[in-house]
Design a protein. Structure first.
Length: 198
């Protein structure tokens, strides 16, 4: 690949990157890494708190994307990669490879959400997980912009409360209180939908 091709690759927009995957062009991996590597690494490292494990998940993200596109054509490539990275990171966490290195943050995140969402095996036995996802997405969409930001930073990106507080200029107590209220409302919504028995 000559220098001009490298420059063009770095300027690739999402549609061009998707086309590279669609055409089975190996440059898709380089373009993805260049555009979204740091973003995906921040997601993985936020969950695993281990650079080596996070790097593995990011590398696996491109393989998963390669195997998924086609037939999938992502609507928002950044979110598509984020979901893959997040899923891989949680799988690695659950496998126990990062349990002693996680700094405790992921335990707290999972414990907080346990207030609202039943155990994964219970969910699978009671409802279709996609339907549950739709209900949660609708709930998040009904939140104020500030609440959405706090919820997503904590429960999608697994950011520590202090980092969220610093990011939005709030006290840690304010973040804790807001998240607690959101969880109570989510639990109530899920209960009304029949996903959780209060």
């Amino acid at each position: 690949m000559n220098d001009s091709n490298v420059v063009e690759l770095r300027k690739s927009n999402d549609a061009q990157i998707i086309d590279l995957y669609w055409n089975r062009d190996a440059q898709a991996i380089s373009a993805s890494m260049d555009r979204y590597g740091a973003y995906c690494f921040s997601i993985a490292d936020g969950i695993l708190n281990n650079a080596q494990d996070a790097e593995e998940c990011v590398n696996d993200t491109w393989l998963k994307a390669w195997n998924a596109i086609p037939p999938t054509r992502p609507t928002v490539l950044k979110i598509f990669f984020a979901k893959i990275t997040r899923h891989l990171s949680f799988d690695k966490y659950k496998a126990g490879k990062a349990l002693k290195r996680g700094g405790g943050n992921i335990h707290l995140v999972l414990d907080e959400l346990a207030e609202c969402i039943a155990d994964e095996t219970d969910v699978e036995g009671q409802v279709d997980a996609k339907e549950l996802g739709k209900v949660i997405n609708q709930f998040v969409a009904s939140l104020s912009e500030r609440e959405q930001n706090l919820f997503v930073r904590r429960y999608f990106f697994s950011d520590p409360v202090k980092a969220i507080a610093d990011r939005y200029g709030l006290s840690e107590n304010a973040v804790h209180v807001t998240l607690s209220r959101i969880r109570k409302r989510l639990r109530s919504r899920l209960s009304k939908e029949g996903y959780f028995n209060e």
